[in-house]
Design a protein around this ligand. Structure first.
Ligand code: G4P
Length: 525
C-alpha cells in the first residue's frame, strides 16, 4: 500500500456523549463489527460512577480501564479505524477536550428519551471551536422517547448546528418498527431482543407496497408522510458542509440491540474525513507531507507502582513514523528515539515498527513529555493544543511529611504535566495552590502522590472565585496592578502572571478599574 493510501484509509475519531447515553455500548458494538472483540461486555465503561467519588480503589480501577481503552484500533472493509476514548465524567472534561484535539471527526451519542444533555452541549462547544465534523447518533429508540422531528429541532437549537437526517425511525419504544436508511434506500426492521445483523430490505421506491407487508399500513403511511416532510424541510445532504463542521448528519438506532450501528459505521466510513491538516503555530501541516510530525495529547501514568513509567500518547500528524529513529523533541531541543512505541489494536497493546498520520502511538516516558509537546524530524514546529481552562476549584497544597518534600515536588510537577490540574504559586506568601475543574481531582492527586511518589499532601481551603491570566502593553499599569493586588498575585507553571480573584465582584472591579489590562480565562492567548 502506498503512503497516500495508508492515510486515506484512516478514520480517527472520538465518541462523545453525556454519561449514560450509550457511548460505551456503541463503542463496543463498533468493535464487534471490526472483529476487534468477540464478546459483548469486553469493553468496560471508564466512567467513574457517581457513587464512587470517594472510593480510591474505584478511581484506580477506572484509571486502569481507561488506559486500556484509551485508543481502540481495528481494520474494517479496508479502513483502519481509530476510536479515541473520552471520559464521560465531567470532572475529567479537560481530558476529553484534549482528546478532541487529536481526532478528525466525532460521533455524538444522544439518548432519544433525554435529548440533548449538559455534557453534550459543552463538548459540542469544543467541536464547534475546532470546526470538527460531527455525526449524531440518536440512541435507545427501543425505549419510549421524544418524537424524531422534535429531537432534530432540539439538536439544531441546543448544539447550534444544522442537521440532516440520513436515516429515519419508525416509532419508538413498543412501537419501534425499524429505521429507513435514506442514504442507501434500505429498510431495516427491528426485532426486539434480537441483535439484527441481516441486510436491510432494499426499498428504492418508498411507494413500494411491499413496505406495508413488513410494517403494516399505519407505519408505512406515516413513514411516507414523514419522509416527504423531511425532504421538504431539510436540503439535500451536502458532504462539504459536514466536513466544514456546519452540518451534522443524523442517524437513529439502538446500540444495545445492535440496531442501526452497522449503517452508522458504513456511512461514517464513507463520509468521515481521513486525516486532516494540523495547525501548528508556524504553519498548517498537511498529513501527506513526507516528514514525520506529531504531538502529545495525553499522558497516562502507568498502573504498576514499581515502575513509575508513563505512557505519552502521540498523535501522528504527518509523515511516516518509525521505531528507533531520531526525532526532535522541540521543547527540550534534543533528539530522541523510541525503541518501544506501542499501538493499540483491539484489546492488545503491542510494539510497532511504523505508524501513519491518523494513528496514535503510545511512547513509554520517564518524565520527558508534557501535554502539547511536539516531535518532528527537525523542523521547529509547535502544534497548537487546546487551552487549559481557568480552574474553578482551589486548595492550598501542603507537605504532610517533611521527609518527603522532594518526592512531593516531583509528584506535583509530573501530575501537572499530565494535565491533572493546574498549579499556581502565590507570590505574596509563596504557597502552592492547586486549581481544578472538578472536586474529584483533589482526591486523585492526593491518592496518586501517595501511591506513585510516596509523598503525603494535605489540603487547606482557600476562598477563590477564579484564577485568570493577565497581560498588558501598559507596563506601568501592570506594575501598579500587581502592587495593589500583591496578595492576589500568583505565577503559573510557566512563570506567567495570574490574578486570583476571590469574588466575581472583585474581578469585575479589577476589570473596570484597570482598562489596559487584559484578563484571560483560558491559558492560550
Ligand atoms: P455511557 O458510556 O454513555 O455512559 O453509556 P453506556 O453505554 O454505559 O450505557 C448506559 C446505559 O444505557 C447502560 O445500562 C446500557 O445498557 C444502556 N443502553 C445503551 N444503549 C441502549 C439502547 O439502545 N437501548 C436501551 N434500552 N438501553 C441502552 P445500565 O443499566 O446503566 O448499565 P449496564 O448495567 O446494563 O451495563
Amino acid at each position: 500500500m502506498t503512503f497516500k493510501e495508508e492515510i486515506q484509509r484512516r478514520r480517527t475519531f472520538g465518541i462523545i456523549s453525556h454519561p449514560d447515553a450509550g457511548k460505551t455500548t456503541l463503542t463496543e458494538k463498533l468493535l464487534l463489527f471490526g472483529g476487534a472483540i468477540h464478546v459483548a461486555g469486553a469493553v468496560k465503561s471508564n466512567k467513574i460512577k457517581k457513587t464512587a467519588t470517594s472510593d480510591f480503589m474505584e478511581i484506580e480501577k477506572q484509571r486502569g480501564i481507561s488506559v486500556a481503552t484509551s485508543v481502540m484500533g481495528f481494520n474494517y472493509n479496508g479502513y483502519k479505524v481509530n476510536i479515541l476514548d473520552t471520559p464521560g465524567h465531567q470532572d475529567f472534561a479537560e481530558d476529553t477536550y484534549r482528546t478532541l484535539t487529536a481526532v478528525d471527526s466525532v460521533i455524538i451519542v444522544i439518548d432519544g428519551a433525554k435529548g440533548v444533555e449538559a455534557q453534550t452541549r459543552k463538548l459540542m462547544e469544543v467541536c464547534r471551536m475546532r470546526k470538527t465534523p460531527v455525526i449524531v447518533f440518536i440512541n435507545k429508540l427501543d425505549r419510549p422517547g421524544k418524537d424524531a422531528f422534535e429531537l432534530l429541532d432540539e439538536v439544531e437549537e441546543e448544539l447550534q448546528i444544522k442537521v440532516r437526517p440520513l436515516a429515519w425511525p419508525m416509532g419508538n419504544g413498543d412501537q419501534f418498527k425499524g429505521v429507513y436508511n435514506i442514504l442507501e434506500e434500505n429498510l431495516y426492521l427491528f426485532t426486539p431482543n434480537k441483535q439484527v445483523l441481516e441486510d436491510g430490505i432494499e426499498i428504492s421506491d418508498i411507494n413500494d407496497p411491499e413496505i406495508e407487508e413488513y410494517v403494516g399500513k399505519t407505519s408505512a403511511s406515516s413513514l411516507r408522510e414523514e419522509l416527504e416532510l423531511l425532504e421538504g424541510v431539510y436540503p439535500e445532504f451536502d458532504k462539504n458542509e459536514y466536513l466544514a463542521g456546519n452540518l451534522a448528519p443524523v442517524f437513529f438506532g439502538s446500540a444495545l440491540n445492535n440496531f442501526g450501528v452497522r449503517e452508522l459505521l458504513h456511512a461514517f466510513l464513507k463520509i468521515a474525513p481521513s486525516p486532516l491538516p494540523s495547525k501548528a503555530e508556524e504553519r498548517v501541516v498537511d498529513a501527506y507531507e513526507d516528514k514525520f510530525t506529531g504531538f502529545v495529547f495525553k499522558i497516562h501514568a502507568n498502573m504498576d507502582p514499581n515502575h513509575r513509567n508513563r505512557l505519552a500518547f502521540v498523535k501522528i500528524c504527518s509523515g511516516h513514523f518509525k521505531r528507533n529513529t531520531n526525532y526532535l523533541h522541540i521543547r527540550q531541543g534534543k533528539q530522541m528515539k523510541f525503541s518501544s512505541p506501542t499501538a493499540f489494536m483491539a484489546e492488545k497493546k503491542s510494539i510497532i515498527d511504523e505508524a501513519f498520520p491518523g494513528d496514535i502511538v503510545g511512547i513509554p516516558d520517564s518524565g520527558n513529555f508534557k501535554i502539547g509537546d511536539t516531535l518532528t524530524e527537525g523542523e521547529m514546529l509547535h502544534y497548537k493544543g487546546l487551552p487549559s481552562f481557568s480552574p474553578e476549584l482551589f486548595r492550598y497544597i501542603e507537605n504532610a511529611d517533611p521527609m518527603k518534600a522532594k518526592q512531593l515536588a516531583k509528584g506535583v510537577d509530573q501530575l501537572m504535566d499530565e494535565g491533572v490540574a493546574q498549579l499556581f504559586i502565590n507570590q505574596f506568601n509563596g504557597r502552592k495552590i492547586i486549581g481544578t475543574v472538578g472536586v474529584l481531582q483533589f482526591e486523585v492527586i492526593q491518592h496518586r502522590l501517595l501511591h506513585e511518589y510516596g509523598a503525603s499532601c494535605r489540603y487547606e481551603p482557600i476562598n477563590l472565585y477564579k484564577a485568570c491570566w493577565i497581560t498588558s502593553d501598559n507596563k506601568a499599569e501592570l506594575e501598579d496592578f500587581k502592587k495593589r493586588k500583591t496578595q492576589y498575585m500568583a505565577k503559573d507553571k510557566h512563570g506567567r502572571d495570574v490574578f486570583l480573584a476571590d469574588s466575581s465582584y472583585m474581578l469585575q472591579m479589577a476589570q473596570e478599574n484597570f482598562k489596559d489590562i487584559r484578563f484571560y480565562f483560558t491559558s492560550e492567548f
